[in-house]
Ligand binder design. Structure first.
Ligand code: TXA
Ligand code: MG
Length: 342
């Protein structure tokens, strides 16, 4: 398949946006930019298009997709039993990097929801994404536009590296500013539960949902054989080909450990504060407390590590606060839950 490259740097690229919307209406797959990561979109109402998303990504069929809308009036068509607290969160965080899991209506096919009776819904704020959704007139099912298991794409080039020739079109636009996927909260259970941390932080959520539960799978490996609230959490994820190990500890203990185990690692992912004492090749994700910067760089760096051919990589664990919790959640999965306590 020849993948069409459509350049739309903003919402005024009318021809490209119209073309992308036409392909979606005809049941095709289009990779679109969002403020979090690139998404691989198809009509949420078209079962064969949805099946093609799973095929193009190599994604397990039981891992449900997020449905993207541009107007709040679309919500009641696809979700029901919306609680006041869910409504309050959507009012506060939409459009933006926030996904609400809600009881689904009949119109959402089982293939979109992975056979669950819920649907995940997000209203993105990226203007190109919004223009494409509006022009298509459809709710768009869109997982991250990467091959399943590999780091999510934060640039159009990442999408092209993974999916060129496997999808109908890619919309080439600005890099995704957040860099990690949206915060996912389920309102289908009481109290609501954080399933995946993102740029809308646990601290922000707790202001609106004081009894919010943080699912244990956010920071640890789900127990084997125990059902997880979000199917995506059970898979090894975001992983480069290199073996990654996450080390938890202070700047001093991290640098000392890396320097005394030089032979065991060919690369380190660290923070500015670690750099001056580190004797192995490394890249810094920015300042230890600049979690937004870390989120922006994370997937790009994991991809760069593979391009350079590193085999064993040690990563300094980020702080689990603010957007740092999202960075921690992605890194512990990239490490396949291999953690060293220093
Ligand atoms: O920022 C994002 O959320 C991006 C952009 C493209 O919007 N999308 C994204 O989709 O990250 P994906 O498919 O890569 O991740 C969706 C996550 C998965 O972990 C999935 O298991 C979970 O959301 N999910 C989807 N529907 C669910 C449901 N009904 N119940 C529980 N978890 C659900
Ligand atoms: Mg994904």
């Amino acid at each position: 398949m020849k993948t069409l490259h459509l350049k739309a740097m903003d919402e005024n690229a009318v021809n490209e946006i119209t073309k992308a919307a036409e392909i979606l209406k005809n049941g095709g797959l289009v990779a679109i930019p969002t403020e979090t990561v690139y998404g691989l979109a198809a009509s949420a109402f078209n079962e064969s298009a949805v099946a093609n998303i799973f095929k193009a990504k190599g994604r397990p069929n039981d891992n449900p997709l997020i449905v993207h809308i541009a107007e709040i009036t679309e919500l009641e068509k696809i979700a029901k039993d919306i609680t006041p607290i869910a409504k309050k969160c959507m009012d506060s965080f939409w459009p933006g990097p926030f996904t609400a899991v809600l009881p689904k209506t009949e119109v959402i096919p089982a293939s979109v929801s992975g056979g669950l009776n819920t649907v995940a819904v997000r209203m993105p704020n990226n203007p190109v994404a919004r223009a494409i959704i509006k022009k298509s007139g459809l709710p768009l099912a869109a997982p991250s536009a990467n091959r399943s298991g590999s780091p999510s794409p934060s640039t159009a080039n990442h999408v092209i590296d993974d999916l060129d020739g496997r999808i109908d079109a890619v919309v080439i636009s600005e890099n995704c500013e957040v860099g990690v996927e949206s915060t996912v909260v389920t309102f289908a259970t009481e109290p609501p539960r954080l399933l995946r941390p993102g740029a809308v932080t646990a601290e922000q959520l707790k202001e609106l949902i004081p009894d919010l539960i943080i699912d244990p799978a956010v920071t640890a490996e789900p127990e084997k054989g125990v059902a997880v609230a979000s199917p995506g959490m059970k898979y090894k994820h975001y992983a480069p080909k290199a073996e990654v190990i996450m080390a938890v500890g202070s700047i001093n203990s991290f640098c000392e450990y890396c320097n005394t185990h030089k032979a065991d690692f060919d690369f380190a992912l660290c923070y500015d504060e670690d750099e001056k004492n580190l004797l192995i090749p490394h890249l810094s994700l920015g300042e230890n407390e600049n979690h937004e910067k870390q989120a922006e760089l994370l997937f790009k760096y994991l991809r760069d590590i593979d391009k350079k051919g590193y085999k064993r990589v040690i990563v300094h664990a980020p702080l689990k606060e603010g957007v740092g919790l999202a960075v921690y959640n992605r890194l512990i999965r990239a490490a396949g839950f291999k953690v060293i306590d220093l």
